[in-house]
Design a protein around this ligand. Structure first.
Ligand code: GCB
Length: 614
């Protein structure tokens, strides 16, 4: 009740209410009775709930609040039907329209392109209940706030649009006609993560796969199986069980490497693991993945895991002990050709295929965790990954609930992807303004990332400033706490004309590696002119030519990630005939056409490939 009242207040928009809802959202995000995230759902028995879901568009949240703005006991989540011909029920999922899951709602009908608010989703399913089996409903992501109900009962709430969540439904599911209902609300909020403004489309809905996950009564919920930091043959990690029978034997097997090691989980179901292994290490040149079996007495999960070490020493980044240069490219989770949120393996194959064609060995998955298939493909293709949470621009640094929310998204990102060899960098934030509250906020995230996973590099995309007309300085105090620094600069686009890059000298306060995490310029494909005419492919090409020359002069530079692989939809980009609500900084158009700048970067990466080890 209390929670719902608070929600009432925020929609009526007082600052107090904004803080209040944030706090409560954090408290209710992971409900206490629910087990945490289940790792590697593809390695388990699942039943897909993808496909058409009946939906009701509800801009006034009439399915949630009554006319006094109190939470309604008989909201749409009841999925009610008239019991007699006189019964009054003003909604009907069965005869309502439907939307495809996975998929954002904005690109499924014209009417929804700009919609921000609530849509109710309903899926009906039958389920054969089994003895000693537990059932969970798992969502790859719902943007942004999801309230989930099964057969009229609330089973949980999740906040954050880009990370997975699951709720147990073992005791609620029935044999026939289950009604799974999700209220998805993508209203932007000042206190949320991200906050009100971003340079990407606020695609709402059940944007990723939804499935039922079946587990034994006691099961392997999660595990961390990676090389220990700095080691190339010592695996260190843990396995976590969930259920009644916790104190049991846990075995990790890597048949191809002749590994078969057993451990005992303690009374809380936690088993520390550690052993030596003679492994072929994962690298872009040889993205070796092993079948890894995680077995308890009562459960068994199969994963494909690669092993590699990643470290920063001085200004070097070392992969498997050898210095590397990250030939990167930024990518939004935008679907090639059809537009909207990307979600499929084909989308991942296309996007990462283009990255490979560019000569990339590294991608920055901006500005939020992408779907799991993207990480799986990166693992398979040998593309290193920078993964980040949407702590973007000016979020509410002083609001404890905003911090809790960011922490939760960070935990969910790391929980899902910590066994992917491809991931080498966890990034905490993008272009955030200097200040004490921001520093303290981000330091907490850095500490948390390290405590969840000490094996990866921690970074953030930051800004630079001018010391004098020529000198660029990177001295953000956050740099002290990071392993690698990221810097976004748009010399030649937001800052002067392309040749300005030729005059600049770069300095950094820290003896650490630098990745230039963004630079570029905009041009719609096929728009031509001379190299000083904005919005032409020639201008964009010119930006890249001067950038490359400048980048080559930065001695501590260990990676580059131009902005961006493909054009993407953005509400901040209205220019008619040019942008039409798309950010056109792509090296490739949203229809897959390569612009001139693509070839400048490709040439640079080819040169680098021959001079810097893979
Ligand atoms: C940035 C942001 C990115 C924008 C880009 C741009 O610095 O990090 O999200 O899309 O600039 O195109 O302005």
């Amino acid at each position: 009740m209390w929670c719902s009242r608070c929600r009432t207040l925020i929609v009526r928009s007082t600052v107090f209410a904004a803080l209040c809802i944030g706090f409560l959202a954090a408290v209710t995000t992971v409900s206490a009775q629910q087990p945490g995230l289940i790792a590697n759902t593809d390695g388990r028995k699942t039943i897909s709930l993808d496909g058409q879901w009946h939906t009701i568009i509800d801009p006034y949240e009439s399915g949630y609040y009554d006319y006094r703005y109190q939470p309604s006991a008989n909201g749409y989540f009841k999925d009610a039907k008239p019991k007699s011909k006189s019964d009054l029920i003003e909604y009907d999922f069965d005869t309502s329209d439907s939307l495809k899951v996975p998929g954002d709602w904005n690109t499924q009908t014209e009417q929804l392109l700009l919609y921000e608010g609530t849509i109710w989703y309903r899926k009906s399913f039958d389920y054969q209940r089994k003895e000693n089996t537990r059932l969970f409903v798992y969502f790859g992501a719902a943007n942004y706030l999801a309230d989930v109900y099964l057969n009229g009962e609330k089973i949980g709430r999740h906040e954050g649009g880009f990370t997975p969540f699951n709720f147990e439904v073992t005791n609620l599911v029935r044999d026939k006609s289950n009604s799974l209902i999700v209220k998805v609300d993508n209203q932007r909020r000042r206190d949320a993560v991200p906050t009100l403004i971003t340079d990407w489309w606020n695609y709402g809905g059940l944007t990723r796969q939804v499935k039922l996950v079946e587990t034994p009564a006691s099961f392997v919920q999660d595990y961390f199986i990676q090389l220990q930091k700095g080691s190339r043959n010592q695996i260190k990690g843990w396995v976590r069980l969930n259920g009644q029978k916790l104190n049991q034997r846990v075995t990790v097997r890597i048949p191809e490497a002749g590994i078969n090691k057993s451990f005992t989980a303690n009374a809380t179901g936690y088993a520390e693991i550690g052993f030596n292994a003679d492994l072929t290490l994962w690298s872009p040149g040889n993205p070796k993945l092993y079948d890894v079996l995680i077995e308890a007495e009562t459960d068994r999960v199969l994963d494909q895991i690669g092993f590699r070490s990643i470290e920063a020493k001085g200004t070097e980044i070392l992969l498997n002990g050898r210095p590397i240069f990250l030939r990167g490219i930024c990518i939004h989770e935008e679907a090639p050709f059809r537009g909207g949120r990307a979600y499929s393996r084909e989308d991942a194959v296309t996007l990462l295929g283009w990255a490979k064609e560019l000569g990339a060995n590294f991608v920055r998955l901006a500005h939020y965790p992408h779907n799991e298939l993207m990480l799986r493909e990166a693992d398979r293709l040998g593309i290193m990954v920078w993964s980040e949470i949407p702590v973007y621009w000016t979020i509410l640094w002083e609001n404890p609930a905003t911090l809790e929310n960011a922490r939760n998204q960070l935990t969910e990102m790391i929980t899902r992807d910590k066994n992917r060899a491809a991931v080498i960098v966890w990034s905490m934030a993008n272009e955030t303004p200097l200040g004490d509250a921001r520093l303290s906020f981000l330091r907490k995230l850095v500490e948390q990332a390290r405590s969840l996973d000490s094996s990866r590099l921690v970074s953030a995309a930051m800004e630079r400033h001018y010391v004098d007309e020529q000198t660029q300085m990177i001295d953000d105090p956050l740099g002290e706490y990071l392993d690698v620094l990221g810097c976004n600069e748009y010399v030649g686009w937001y800052d002067g004309l392309p040749e300005k890059a030729d005059r600049l000298e770069w300095k950094m306060k820290y003896q650490k590696p630098l990745i230039m995490t963004e630079f570029g310029g905009e041009a719609p494909y096929g728009h031509h002119g001379d190299p000083l005419t904005r919005w032409t492919e020639e201008y964009q090409e010119n930006v890249y030519l001067h950038q490359v020359n400048m980048l080559k002069r930065i001695s501590f530079l260990r990676g580059t990630c131009p902005w961006i692989l493909m054009d993407f939809r953005s509400p901040r980009r209205p220019l008619p005939g040019i942008q039409d609500f798309h950010n056109r900084k792509g090296l490739i158009s949203d229809r897959g056409e390569k612009k001139k700048a693509f070839y400048v970067m490709q040439k640079y990466y080819r040169e680098l490939e021959t001079t810097v080890p893979k």
